[in-house]
Ligand binder design. Structure first.
Ligand SMILES: [Mg+2]
Length: 299
């Protein structure tokens, strides 16, 4: 059975392409960590609307421009395994890659470009600074303090769908979105396939509702989902395909949608026939440490 080609691939940023949350990085430099982390988790788990906490978090931190710019370094240091390689492979196979993030625009854009995503396909939240703070009389003023953010679709819980639809309005081709949070799950309505990501943190409501869910620290299992196993096998020149297939066999990919699972499993096994199952059973699972599925179905 043929698995479709998802031409447009939308990524979340925080806890999907990088293992940190930008807002927590900011909080760490101001001693507000515990409070900010609590608010973030409530929002990500869907218990608090994003719009209610967005302003509160930034006001509590009151960061300078220099502190906001610093997030980009922490993003890069904590890049999720194979993120840049997966993005390069997607581009090479003819996909268009986007980042839609509720994080702050300056660091998200720089991190996205660093990963190989064109700047015009990155959307995040712009920030305005108080021009009269810091050393306002100097040309460069990294001490400028946060004044307000550009309120828009990305600061409300269901806003990502709107941005995705704007991107797709004049385009043809199938689309998928991958992310860890509730705002990503909600944006799933705007694409053909939503994939939950739990390689950094597993959000239970997302795991429970996502049609497909990736559990591994590596993003490699996204490739056969986005391109189809056949296209991936034709393309692969970086060993990403065997890595993806191995991870998937060890349980890195689970499904809530049974029809989807059957279709994917058939497509996968046609292209990558399973090695002798008996031998695999006796040799045990060589490396479970890089996969952490709660209750994964193996194949
Ligand atoms: Mg996220």
């Amino acid at each position: 059975m043929r698995w479709p080609h998802y031409e447009h691939v939308f990524f979340d940023c925080d806890s999907t392409l990088t293992a940190v949350e930008g807002i927590d990085v900011l909080a760490a430099s101001t001693g507000k960590q515990a409070e900010i982390e609590r608010l973030t988790n409530l929002a990500m788990d869907g218990q608090l609307d994003l719009e209610d906490i967005y302003a509160r978090r930034l006001q509590a931190i009151n960061p300078t421009r220099a502190q906001i710019r610093e997030i980009r370094r922490v993003y890069k240091r904590n890049t999720v395994d194979d993120a840049a390689e997966v993005i390069a492979a997607l581009h090479a196979m003819g996909h268009k890659v986007y980042i839609i993030s509720g994080g702050l625009a300056e660091p998200v854009e720089e991190f996205g470009v660093y990963l190989g995503v064109p700047r015009q396909r990155i959307r995040a939240v712009g920030v305005q600074y108080n021009k009269l703070s810091g050393n306002w009389w100097q040309n460069r003023n990294p001490g400028e303090r946060y004044l307000t953010y550009d309120a828009g679709a990305l600061t409300v819980s269901d806003g990502k769908a709107r941005i995705v639809r704007e991107f797709l309005r004049t385009q043809s081709g199938r689309s998928l979105l991958i992310g860890d949070g509730m705002s990503d799950l909600l944006a799933g309505t705007a694409v053909d396939l939503f994939i939950g990501y739990g390689g950094v943190v597993t959000r239970q409501p997302v795991l429970a509702q996502a049609p497909a869910f990736i559990h591994s620290r590596s993003l490699a299992p996204l490739l056969p989902l986005a391109a189809g196993p056949a296209a991936l096998k034709r393309f692969d020149n970086q060993n990403l395909a065997p890595k993806a297939v191995n991870l998937i066999r060890k349980g890195a990919l689970t499904f809530q949608n049974e029809q989807l699972e059957q279709k994917f499993r058939k497509a996968c096994e046609t292209i990558y026939p399973r090695p002798d199952r008996g031998a695999a059973r006796h040799s045990g699972s060589p490396n479970q440490a890089d996969v952490r599925p709660p209750d994964a179905r193996m194949y």
